[in-house]
Ligand binder design. Sequence first.
Ligand code: ZN
Length: 522
Amino acid sequence: MKRGKTPTFLVELPLATQPDQAKHLRAHLEAARCLYNALLGEAMKRLRLLRAESRWQEARRLPKKYKQQRNTLFSSLRKQYGFSEYALHDYAKTARCSWIADHIDSTMAQALASRAYEAANRVCLGKAHKVRFKSRGRGLDSVEGKRNDTGLRFVLQTPEQGNAGHLIWGSSLIPALIDWDDPVIKHGLDHKIKYTRLVRRRATSERAAGADSDGNRYYVQLVVEGSSHQKQKNTVGTNTIGLDIGPSSLAIVPQQGPVQLQTFCEELRPNARKKRRLQRKMARQRRANNPQNYDTKGRVKKGRLTWKNSRKSLSTRRELANAERRLAAHRKSLHGKLVNDLIRVGNTIQIEKTSFRGWQKLFGKSVTRSAPGMFSTHLKRIVAKTGGTLSEVGTYHTKLSQYCHGCQTYTKKPLSQRWHSCPCGIGPVQRDLYSAFLLAFLKPADTTPSIAQQDWEGVEPRLLTAVECLKQRANEGQILPRSMGITRAGARQSKSLAGLQQERSSHLLLDRKGRVEALDEL
Ligand SMILES: [Zn+2]
């Protein structure tokens, strides 16, 4: 949501809700859900009318070079059909009537209108295929205000009054649990609150600590002006780092200091497996409870269907939601730790520009698990916060994956070839590490890295050490991603397996420009 340009960060506090307050919150959130659906429906209706308009189609057909003309046409049509954030705010005024008005104040209605507009606008811009209405069963799990002086807001007492904080919504005054000894919380609460958000999360069960009779916990998120707390131990380094992000590995080569080739979010694997199990269990239960919704081939029937949920299946759903939440939180903390580790070494970082969305389609599981796109966004934000630079190097002109600095030539290699080794005497060196090395020494304005002999001589032994470390770990029995190209000592060589490989299914690999290559499974 567009709200000024000042930097913000979040502070989250658990709420101590009494049973009657929880009941009020449920009613409030249900009202918010109804209003949101109404607003979303209206936005989509306007969008349909807008898209049916012949002038809209004309504007779309205009060549992209008439940018100005296209824009004026689009915006005048949007205005005519009332498809804008502000037009929807106006609509929210009329939609917020009767019983809904008892629950939702005008600023919250505006915030919901903005949210509905944003969802519909994503469809309009082709960034999404459809919008999702909030069902009664799942409900709306978060609402926010616009300002911290009316509607949903958070008030903090002065130290003399007792330092307590309360969330105010309508007539409810809900105390938040504040740990003033936590430096992160303390730092956050010392800043000005811009607006407040209420979040509902599913607890593991109704009997979980702090959960209401439906098994939900409530939290308040304060959107605070300023920048978040920087822990003392996370001091900023001065090195320049080349970073090669892969779907399941990460090569880190600073200009000075130790080099690393890591597995990327490998720790998440067991949790991801657990989540998958629960998904399968839910699918089985859904099928058993609703045989009428499947055809003879076992496919879901088309059209409007009603689904029954057993109590067991509801508890699986809760368990799944919990597994998902846990996985996401774990991933976030791993990413955070990795980013901090990098920043401690240096905050001038060079990466290759990559379409992580393209990866998603091909690698599926490993990318969903490790979320490299999310990692690079997080890295970008933290680098900017510490005053460093993160440059993304376009692959089209640089072609680093084909480059050899020894003879300054470009040779295409298939993605299955995990080692760089050149007749000129460079290598063999692990490919991801080599491209991270080239990134580390690429000057921002150049497209070819100019590498002095002493630079390479300084780095090469470090690259070899990193690989030796990994080999050792592989020998100890740790399983490394195949893409690293490091096998256990004594493992059969790929040559002897060549015949077998032909029959086996091959792994698809996508290079950074989006082309597909086959990597034979070893
Ligand atoms: Zn060469």
